[in-house]
Design a protein around this ligand. Structure first.
Ligand SMILES: [Zn+2]
Length: 340
């Protein structure tokens, strides 16, 4: 009997060790949106990934734009596409279900009413952030201070003022940079692509030129204790992003929508370039999940299947770097005590 008990105990140990080895680890998604079903305008599809950047023929008096938008967002011809949700409740509940199913902790950014509603449903999974694309619509500094004191402000994110033509160094953002430095919370700022053609159909002030990561330099000089993650990693300005990261070691690159919506032949070499250049401890995973909850799963699947990147590097990208950057270890992996 005792021999059988030993055998069973040994088997149990082996099985749990194997299960542990096989079980996918936890993930920190640095970038999901907590807002409403109409957060990205009318119902639309997202391609994961987008096969090509289609050409737009503006046509006479711009008559070609609707056909372009249908081909890109309304009914795109791509092998894998997902349709947007139809209600706020559906967006919140399905996104949270996806997070739980994949063992994801997510920095959820938006305005306070949405963020608080989402947080009420999943305080164990969501890391609350505040962000918007219009400086004037960000909550007043005092309100943010109160949220921080109440444990409801993990980051200022996403600051997507690029959609309104506002540069990082714009005076309207200065008090938020100063606040983030004072409260010691990181800031996620959108510096990269938006939906193709967005200047013509949704955000007339969006400027691609504001994707240049070096535009952050004056802010970092003025606020030396500020911690920043650059959303969409300044794509496609890889060299300028690396120049910024080399000069300012507190800056991290977050890959956002690139990991779900960009082609394998583009995103993995882009990510790998940062690893090869020595920045593997400062790359952050995010999905930019907006109104397509499936993207939570898609991003993780794509990263886990990505070529040329080792399992150890994927571990850093998917969890460890974010835990160190945010100074939290929600899955209790012990990574913080190992980090120097
Ligand atoms: Zn975003």
């Amino acid at each position: 009997m005792r021999a059988i008990a030993y055998l069973l105990a040994a088997l149990a140990t082996t099985t749990s060790a194997t299960a542990q080895k096989r079980a996918p680890g936890p993930v920190i998604d640095m970038h999901i949106h907590a807002y409403g079903a109409n957060g990205e305008g009318p119902p639309s599809y997202v391609c994961a990934p987008q096969p090509t950047f289609r050409p737009l023929d503006p046509g006479r008096n711009g008559a070609g734009l609707p056909a372009y938008m249908t081909a890109m967002f309304g009914d795109p011809a791509c092998p894998r596409r997902f349709r947007s949700v139809s209600s706020d409740d559906e967006l919140r509940t399905r996104t949270i279900a996806e997070l739980r199913a994949n063992n994801v902790y997510a920095v959820a950014g938006g305005l306070p009413p949405y963020v608080d509603r989402w947080l009420a449903d999943a305080p164990d999974r969501l890391l609350p952030a505040i962000g918007h694309n219009t400086p004037e619509r960000l909550p007043p500094v005092e309100e943010l201070r109160r949220r921080h004191a109440a444990g409801r402000l993990v980051a200022l994110s996403e600051l997507s003022q690029q959609y309104n033509g506002v540069a990082p160094d714009d005076p309207r953002l200065e008090l938020y940079w100063a606040l983030a430095e004072e409260l010691d919370v990181p800031v996620g700022i959108h510096m990269g692509p938006g939906p193709p053609g967005v200047t013509y159909f949704a955000s007339p002030k969006y400027r691609a030129a504001l994707s240049d990561p070096l535009l952050l330099e004056p802010v970092l000089v003025r606020h030396p204790k500020l911690r920043v993650f650059v959303i969409h990693a300044g794509y496609p300005h890889k060299e300028r992003m690396m120049a910024l990261m080399a000069a300012y070691p507190q800056v991290y690159a977050e890959f956002g929508f690139l990991t779900v919506g960009y082609r394998d032949s583009d995103i993995w070499p882009y990510l790998r370039a940062f690893i090869d250049a020595g920045f593997e401890d400062r790359i952050l995973y995010g999905t930019d999940q907006m109104v397509w909850p499936e993207l939570v799963t898609v991003g993780i699947e794509r990263v886990r299947g990505a070529p040329w990147i080792t399992d150890a590097q994927k571990r850093k990208f998917l969890y460890d770097n974010a835990a160190r950057f945010l100074r939290i270890d929600p899955a209790k992996t012990g990574v913080l005590s190992r980090a120097r």
